[in-house]
Design a protein around this ligand. Structure first.
Ligand code: XMP
Length: 518
């Protein structure tokens, strides 16, 4: 299978580049800039993209690539495309000059294409592109040709056909570059001539076989949360090893209404899992969380208690001499790369809490979906028979409703919130809006206000509705829902849920507010 390597120079867009390429049907992988050359060679890249990054090539600590890297790609005729900082690096290494300009370019800019070429095939002479840079090329080494310019950047793209080196000062991977996809696809198809052989169906077959080969007749345990990642991990493993998969589903008392029933229905009844161990640990969690107000303390307690409950169950299963040898995790590609960036180690465990199982139980970690993006995980889930409902579920935080009942938590408050949240979701789904919204949920604000119901005065809590649109949860805008719909939801919550007599709608964006309240 052809593979495109994206060398990460510290860009926030590296994942975007990798995803775009996979969308063309070509496999892509992100590697750090300091990857040893022998490791890079092992990957046998069909082409390489050098990402952008916040540094300047003249800074002492800036990400660099050794001369041997350039010798290798040139000798092997591996096409390289430098984006922004990646472009500076190529020019700098090949003997050109990069300068800092006083006219920084930021935002949408008009690009003038000076010379037609494969990279810009089928583009117009003028294109709108997204720029974000202070440095730019002053002079180019011999053999490099200018392909495009802007008003303030005379060399906005280059090629050296003989050496197979290309560069663009702008960011083709972001949506604001209107024909950015065409440029990336031209590089992948026309210049690198990569085969479009990244197919999810093949991947599924190969992965199932690989799991069979690794696990053999041993058993695997998996913490199933009902979220997309752990669900797809479960179903893949189940296809490979059947009932040698033991799933542990912990009800921490902080789930949404009927969630525990739905997960059991999906896996036990619909998918025929025999070894789904349901643990109702609601009392344990709520007791430990009693009177805890601080959000981080709540998270810590929930994380630790989960580990405790999970370990106890695993230990109990182990006493039955089942031969459990593997612990499966639903780590996905962005989890791994994020971890690698911050800790230099790509092998950290996904969850907020590392599982430290009893010392006599040495389980090997198995992460079947660790190379996939979320949209790929979803597609695989659908292909393997998971319900659409489950696949399309909004993200739900590990600490669950504990961070949506503000301040101290108790069962009564949780139940009140669960009822309101269920009404909200029902109405949003009925209005066919669920898929268009990133997350929507209710929050219990433990402040009492006065209301009136019939002849009675009420004194109850406030329910806040939070609905946001986002692509990655890093930034988010509040969803501009119709007043009529909001009115209907508010009226149903106040009338049907005991404990709330007032509903407010949150109109804050992220930043500066966060999506969750705690
Ligand atoms: P914030 O509130 O930081 O949330 O804007 C960003 C995204 O992360 C989710 N979130 C969490 N997920 N454990 C999780 O698994 C947590 O402790 C946690 N806190 C926030 C949140 O739902 C949103 O999607």
């Amino acid at each position: 299978m052809d593979k495109i390597c994206i060398i990460d120079m510290g860009s926030q867009y590296s994942h975007l580049i990798a995803r775009r390429i996979r969308e063309f049907g070509v496999f892509s992988e992100i590697v750090p800039f300091n990857i040893p050359l022998k490791e890079l060679k092992k990957l046998e890249p069909r082409a390489i993209i050098l990402s952008g990054g916040p540094s300047s090539v003249y800074e002492a600590e800036s990400p660099n690539l050794p001369t041997e890297f350039f010798n290798y790609v040139i000798q092997q005729k591996i096409p390289v495309l430098g984006i922004c900082y990646g472009l500076h690096l190529i020019i700098h290494q090949m003997g050109g000059k990069i300068i800092q300009t006083d006219k920084k370019e930021y935002g949408k800019i008009e690009l003038n294409i000076i010379e037609k070429n494969l990279l810009f095939q089928s583009l117009n002479n003028k294109e709108i592109v997204w720029m974000s840079h202070g440095d730019q090329i002053k002079s180019m080494p011999e053999g490099f040709r200018v392909l495009a310019k802007t008003d303030t950047c005379p060399i906005a793209a280059f090629k050296n056909e003989k050496l197979n080196l290309y560069g663009v000062q702008f960011h083709p991977e972001v949506q604001h570059t209107i024909n950015g996809n065409v440029i990336l696809e031209n590089f992948i198809s026309l210049i690198a001539k990569a085969h479009r052989d990244w197919k999810l169906d093949d991947w599924i077959d190969k992965k199932i076989q690989e799991i069979k080969d690794i696990v053999g007749d041993k058993r695997v345990i998996l913490g199933l949360s009902g979220g997309v990642d752990s669900s797809v991990t479960a179903i893949l493993l189940h296809r490979a090893i059947g009932d040698n998969l033991h799933c542990i589903f912990v009800n921490n008392g902080l789930l949404r209404k009927n969630e525990e029933k739905e997960v059991q229905k999906q896996f036990n009844e619909k998918l025929g899992f025999k070894n789904l161990h349901y643990i109702n640990a609601e009392d344990i969690f709520l007791e430990k969380l009693n009177n805890i107000e601080d959000p981080e303390e709540k998270r810590r307690i929930i994380g630790h208690t989960f580990i405790e409950v999970f370990e106890n169950k695993t230990y109990e299963l182990e006493q039955e001499n089942l031969g459990i040898k593997y612990l499966a995790q639903g780590t996905i590609y962005p989890d791994r790369i994020e971890t690698a960036k911050t800790s230099e180690s790509a092998a950290k465990i996904k969850s907020h809490h590392n599982l430290t199982l009893p010392p006599d139980m040495k389980l090997k970690i198995i992460e079947p979906i660790k190379d996939l993006y979320k949209d790929e995980v979803r597609k695989i889930g659908l292909k393997l028979g998971l319900d659409n409902e489950l696949i399309e579920r909004h993200p739900f935080p590990g600490p669950g409703l504990a961070v949506r009942v503000l301040g101290p938590i108790d069962k009564k408050r949780l139940d009140t919130l669960r009822e309101a949240d269920a009404i909200l979701l029902e109405e949003i789904k009925r209005a066919n809006l669920y898929q268009n919204i990133w997350q929507i949920f209710c929050v219990l604000i433990p402040v009492r206000t006065v209301g009136v119901m019939g002849d009675y005065r009420t004194y109850e809590y406030i329910c806040s509705i939070r609905a946001v649109e986002s692509v990655d949860a890093m930034t988010a805008n509040f969803a501009k829902l119709e007043w009529d719909l909001l009115e209907k939801i508010a009226s149903r919550i106040i009338n049907e849920v005991k404990g709330f007599n007032r509903v407010v709608y949150d109109i804050s964006n992220k930043p500066p507010s966060t999506i969750e309240y705690e």
